[in-house]
Write a protein that binds this ligand. Sequence first.
Ligand SMILES: Cc1cc2nc3c(=O)[nH]c(=O)nc-3n(C[C@H](O)[C@H](O)[C@H](O)COP(=O)(O)OP(=O)(O)OC[C@H]3O[C@@H](n4cnc5c(N)ncnc54)[C@H](O)[C@@H]3O)c2cc1C
Ligand code: SF4
Length: 518
Amino acid sequence: MSILRIILGDQLSLEVSALTGLDRRRDVVLMMEVHEEGVYVRHHKQKIVLVLTAMRRFADSLRERGVAVDYVRLDAPDNTGGFTTEMRRAVARHRPNRVVVTEPSEWRVQTMVESWASLTDTPVEVRADDRFFATRARFLDWARGRRGWRMENFYREMRREHAILMDGDDPAGGEWNYDHSNRKRLPAQAVPPVRMRFPPDAATREVMALVERRFPDHFGALEDFGWPVTRADALLALDDFIAHGLPGFGDYQDAMKAGAPFLFHSLLAPALNLGLLSPREVCRAAEAAWRSGAAPLNAVEGFVRQILGWREYVRGVYWTLMPDYAEQNALHATRKLPDFYWTGKTGMRCLSEAIASTARYAYSHHIQRLMLTGNFALLAGVAPKEIERWYLAVYTDAFEWVEMPNTLGMAVFADGGKMASKPYAASGAYIDRMSDFCSGCAYDVKQKTGPNACPFNYLYWAFLIRQKDRLSGNPRMAMPYRTLAGWPPERETAILADADAFLDQLDQTVAPADSASE
Ligand SMILES: Cc1cc2nc3c(=O)[nH]c(=O)nc-3n(C[C@H](O)[C@H](O)[C@H](O)COP(=O)(O)OP(=O)(O)OC[C@H]3O[C@@H](n4cnc5c(N)ncnc54)[C@H](O)[C@@H]3O)c2cc1C
Ligand code: SF4
């Protein structure tokens, strides 16, 4: 009895269920680098390099353990470029009694895998992915019958169920959530830790050359590639974060700073999403840091909430609501994605910085995603699919199961409130409070209208005016709508005129005609 065990590019864990029961004498592990996975969106070059290099290094680690690996390289002459055709070729090569694969993380690939049984005479067994805290069924259990799917409620159940940051039946420290302590602006003299970088070795450089050849017109640069590509390196990155980043993670979780793209964030999402680290070990390491006095509770709880809470929750939302979720557009947004999302050429300093560092590092931290690029897309009425495809393309950590709910549910409110109780819409005042971008911007954050006014200001109010029918009944939006109700009609008219003028020439906009900084 031989088994062909398929390991996909984000299943790089020795504990993945497809490897359970592996018989080294008979079984073969199949790993496939396929062109179609590189181009279903135009992924950042660093993402493709990361996935392919990590796959190659994982295959090496299996071989070192005596496992037979059939590894199909992207540039192999007979590579057909797709998972399904490669699976069929491998079945013809090895004639296994069975194919075993762990459930894919994305709907698109799951649909392919579901078709396999009918395409080959060999039985195909799809196993659950048990690397998460909650199975898909566990989330469904929680969600069934609830009107609102608030992450906080799910998170508390996960804390209890997995005994993380608990003192008996009570939350450690007495509170479930320390978010109120986690909204500090970064003091000017604060020095964030230096990112632990893993310079590309020969194997990585070989893949970099391949990616430059095969995907030359994809977004982003490779020069600053420094992601961990093996489990050993990912563990070093985890240790480094726990020692240097975690203590400040809570306080400055929402802060932004020009020229400092990483601040106190962990940069662990790619390693987690590929399977190089497990969410359990990461949460345990953070909890241990608090218990030993190495990191404060507001930081550790805030960090654990991102992984045990948000990460598990968005996966549940994705698998419960797909495929219809992808089509959501509750606010009827239709605008094309502005070109500056690809070029960074805009006079809005906050956005140009976030996009420039995205091109350079394939990374932005959460608040840059939510409150800069996401907030702008929401206020400008960018079509959800346009902005969703952008997020899927531009980060090394981008995988649809986690990216799509964050974009549609959190950033642009396209699901009408399934995830968020209100849109994350904010004017320039929020960005000014949480960052130092505005002081060097061509626009003036204090001005509400006129050619030099910060576009976030008039776009924010224009958004509220235009979405009044859909949003004014939301109790959490009562305050801004009360403010609007007190405005004279000519003020509304001026705001709408500024917003229209700005949006009409968006792709030509680089800086205001009469720059405030001149
Ligand atoms: C519009 C938008 C798109 C996003 N797309 C992705 C994506 O494709 N892939 C991805 O992993 N995350 C995504 N996120 C969530 C989050 O922004 C990233 O996980 C985080 O910025 C990655 O950087 P980090 O590892 O330094 O995270 P940290 O700030 O250090 O957080 C620690 C870990 O918590 C998890 N996490 C934090 N926030 C979230 C969240 N909202 N949802 C799920 N997990 C979370 C991640 O695994 C992360 O590594 C998106 C958020 C937004 C608003
Ligand atoms: S003034 Fe407005 S556009 Fe400029 S950095 Fe501040 S928030 Fe961004």
